[in-house]
Design a binder for this molecule. Structure first.
Ligand SMILES: Cc1ncc(COP(=O)(O)O)c(C=O)c1O
Length: 357
């Protein structure tokens, strides 16, 4: 048998989550965010499974081309636009829709003669202060984009900085500013990410841009997928590959900093940071074996972790171990590792086979 670490991917859950987006935002078109290899789930797999999406959003021309070559015909938005003018030829050839967020991009675009003029998204900064033209320049930049030979249509987007914090005033301010500054433009508008879609309906507008929620994780601190009617798409699983009985005082793993408080059984699971399991997961981070929680003990190694089997007397070598996903919310694991579900998904490495179930 080959190494048992696998990421099971539920197409049914991905489609369910897409339908939830439609329920939360019934009047909006959906731009499914599939960048970063579909948040680690597989770019093509995510996009082809979400073939009902109205558009896809990626982070690079390469990802856009991959989707076109996989046969996807929907608009494909490049969320950071292009990084050098040579990419304009590819954008033109593959009918991609770049975000334009800097003066430099705008000038390069203005100097480009397109074979087939393409759709662009003007990105304005309403308070996130990451990328985008200053909101006060919206009308002026919009007109300059409209005047470009290469541009067939201009839409407008901005990004929310704190939509996951349901009581923070900044989302209301960003939304108000965005509407004010784009009101007079005959353009399609987009503002909401997953948290905006669920918690701030006023941000839904013409297009919503869900990422995380499609993959079945809650965008809100302290809540899990089920709380927002989502289903986990990825289940990271492996197996127990060894079981040992140790004495009180025996130290387990690198550094020997976890010491058995009594005579006990310790299980070894074939998963580690080489698979994307977080190295900073603390002792006590749960794994699921035979429908019971077993806590992580000792340090996470590259290929293995060790778990406390004191409450699992029936555990056997070969037992399935769920690290996150079905029955083991990824949000809780992220918390134990001082990170976010976003990062756990994106970090699942290439050596972990993705298996559609
Ligand atoms: C511009 C933009 N829109 C939408 C998204 C999707 O965000 P989320 O995964 O929180 O739904 C992202 C993600 O980083 C983004 O950068």
């Amino acid at each position: 048998m080959s190494r048992p670490a696998r990421a099971l991917l539920s197409a049914q859950a991905l489609r369910h989550n897409f339908q939830q987006v439609k329920r939360y935002a019934p009047a909006s078109k959906v731009m499914a965010v599939v960048k970063a290899n579909g948040y680690g789930h597989g770019l093509e797999w995510a996009a082809t499974t979400l073939h009902q999406a109205d558009a896809f959003a990626v982070a690079s021309v390469e990802e856009g081309i991959q989707l076109r070559e996989a046969g996807l015909f929907q608009p494909i938005v490049l969320l950071s636009g292009f990084f050098e003018p040579a990419e304009l030829l590819l954008i033109d050839g593959y009918k991609l829709s770049p975000v334009i967020h800097t003066e430099q991009q705008l000038k390069q675009l203005a100097n480009y003669s397109a074979h087939r003029p393409f759709h662009v998204w003007l990105k304005i900064d309403t308070g996130m202060h990451r990328i985008g033209f200053d909101v006060s320049e919206t009308k002026k930049i919009y007109s300059r984009l409209q005047a470009c030979q290469a541009v067939s249509k201009v839409s407008v987007m901005s990004h929310l900085a704190s939509a996951d914090e349901k009581t923070k005033a900044s989302t209301k301010l960003q939304s108000k500013l965005f509407l004010e500054k784009t009101q007079s433009l005959e353009a399609e508008k987009s503002l909401a990410n997953s948290a905006g879609i669920v918690a701030w309906p006023q941000t839904q507008l013409d297009w919503v841009r869900p990422g995380l929620m499609l993959y079945g994780a809650s965008p809100f601190n302290g809540s899990v997928a089920g709380d927002v009617k989502l289903k986990p798409v990825m289940t990271l699983e492996s197996q127990l590959i060894a079981i040992h009985d140790y004495e009180k005082g025996d130290a387990v793993g690198y550094g020997g900093d976890w010491v058995c408080p009594q005579a006990m059984r310790v299980g070894v699971v074939a998963i580690g940071y080489g698979d994307g399991y977080p190295r900073h997961a603390k002792a006590g981070t749960p794994v699921l074996i035979r429908k019971k929680m077993a806590p992580l003990i000792g340090r996470v190694s590259m290929d293995m972790i060790t778990v406390d089997l004191r409450k699992l007397s029936g555990a056997k070598v070969g037992d399935r171990v769920v690290l996150w996903g079905d029955g083991m919310p990824v949000e809780g694991i992220a918390k134990k590792a001082d990170t976010l579900a976003y990062e756990l998904f994106c970090h699942v490495t290439q050596r972990v086979p993705r298996v559609t179930v």
